[in-house]
Write a protein that binds this ligand. Structure first.
Ligand SMILES: *Cc1c(COP(=O)(O)O)cnc(C)c1O
Length: 402
């Protein structure tokens, strides 16, 4: 990689990827966020930090995760060879632990005693509570009161892990209010907490930092496919909510122009309805949660209510680097519906005996469309971002109703 190639894929010192990103914050938070950026920059260059993180990733998370050749699925689809990057096999069952451990280590290094975050379905909350338990930090998770009821098992998990779960009763009692509530607590005492964002979103340095923590996924996959096949893949496919598992897989392959890079968004009940979360496909450029990116707005200019069957990917924004990769033509973004994701969930479960998360099923659903259009010599790697045990009751109920 030469310097010009590298810089296209790295944020500038203000956190911009081309026109997207930045740290769009009120003045009283600009200082604390700049401190996080400086602390991360120092940590990144400190071999001891990198060593501690790598050690936890191998000894605690169980990395490297497998790159599995899905031979039955390949035969069923009749086209490209399909490989799955098995992030579902990580401790806690998804990719999120890769970056929450990094965030917890950074908080400890900064001398913070607490991490704080909001959570929707509870997956980020559980991953952060896990990392906090391990590293020895207090953890406070804000969650809409409706989600507290709907996602009861994740609330129990967080509490067992020692986290304080704060139900948010105001307004729509959902994720949006949880973000505001967590943010207010943080803003009142920014020195006490690290606000641990759950994806490659929010103000600089989070889009860069969370990507870096997740980039182990792509580094492993690149080495594993070279070992297995002696060459690079033809395409990468990953689901995109905020976009962390996708950036994690994509990052190591960005300079490899022969590798097609495809992000898959939730089309929900259809792009023609109001029930989707296809930000890259239908969003417009604006500001959300401290970043300049693509956003789904409603008519009044507020972030739109969004929907996906995958509760971890129903977000009205997207990581700024994705908006940039699309703009420079390095990555493509497509969408699949709830029904297509459900079909893919069942297909992978039946053909390979692997139950994928409904989020990850979006990536598989696109592979179902893509693989048959490619020759049998082609290679596709899909990121299996998480396991689907959390989704089996919902899927069973939905199939019974269908
Ligand atoms: C949270 C989650 C996602 C979506 O988050 P990204 O930041 O877009 O990766 C995808 N898959 C699983 C299993 C998740 O838990």
């Amino acid at each position: 990689m030469n310097d010009t190639q590298t810089s296209v894929y790295r944020a500038d010192e203000n956190g911009y990827f081309g026109e997207f990103g930045g740290a769009i914050l009120p003045p009283f938070l600009a200082g604390p966020m700049a401190e996080v950026a400086a602390a991360y920059e120092a940590a990144r260059q400190d071999p001891a930090f990198e060593e501690e993180l790598q050690s936890l990733l191998s000894k605690y998370v169980g990395r490297p995760s497998l790159l599995y050749f899905a031979e039955n699925l390949t035969r069923e689809l009749g086209g490209a060879k399909v490989y799955l990057k098995r992030e579902d096999l990580n401790h806690t069952g998804a990719h999120k632990i890769n970056h929450t451990l990094g965030e917890a280590l950074l908080a400890k290094r900064m001398g913070k005693k607490k991490v704080i975050a909001e959570t929707g379905a509870g997956q980020h909350g559980v991953a952060l509570a896990t990392a906090a338990a391990l590293v020895g930090l207090d953890c406070e998770i804000h969650m809409g009161a409706i989600d507290v009821e709907k996602q009861h098992p994740n609330v129990v998990r967080m509490e067992l892990l020692g986290a304080k779960v704060v139900p948010v009763e105001r307004g729509g009692r959902s994720l949006k209010e949880a973000v505001d509530s967590a943010f207010e607590v943080y803003a009142a005492a920014p020195d006490e907490y690290l606000f641990a964002i759950g994806s490659v979103v929010g103000p600089h340095p989070f889009p860069t930092m969370v990507r870096d923590f997740q980039s182990v996924v792509g580094r492993e996959a690149r080495a594993q496919i070279l070992e297995a096949e002696g060459r690079l893949p033809d395409a990468l496919v990953a689901c995109v909510g905020g976009g962390s598992n996708a950036m994690g897989l994509f990052d190591a392959f960005l300079p490899d122009d022969s590798v097609r890079i495809i992000g898959v968004e939730p089309a929900g009940e259809g792009l023609g309805t109001e029930r989707h979360a296809a930000t890259m496909t239908l969003g417009r450029v604006g500001d959300l949660h401290g970043m300049h990116t693509k956003v789904l707005f409603d008519e009044s200019g507020e972030p739109a209510p969004v929907h996906s069957i995958g509760s971890g990917i129903d977000y009205p924004g997207v990581g700024p680097q994705h908006a940039h990769l699309e703009q420079i033509g390095r990555a493509e973004y497509v969408s699949v519906t709830d029904d297509e994701a459900l079909d893919a969930f069942q297909l992978l479960t039946r053909t390979e005996g692997i139950i994928p998360a409904l989020e990850s099923s979006h990536a598989i659903a696109h592979v179902v469309k893509l693989a048959p259009t490619l020759s049998p010599e082609s290679i596709v790697i899909a990121n299996l971002s998480g396991r689907g045990d959390k989704d089996v009751d919902f899927v069973a109920e939905r199939l019974r109703r269908a």
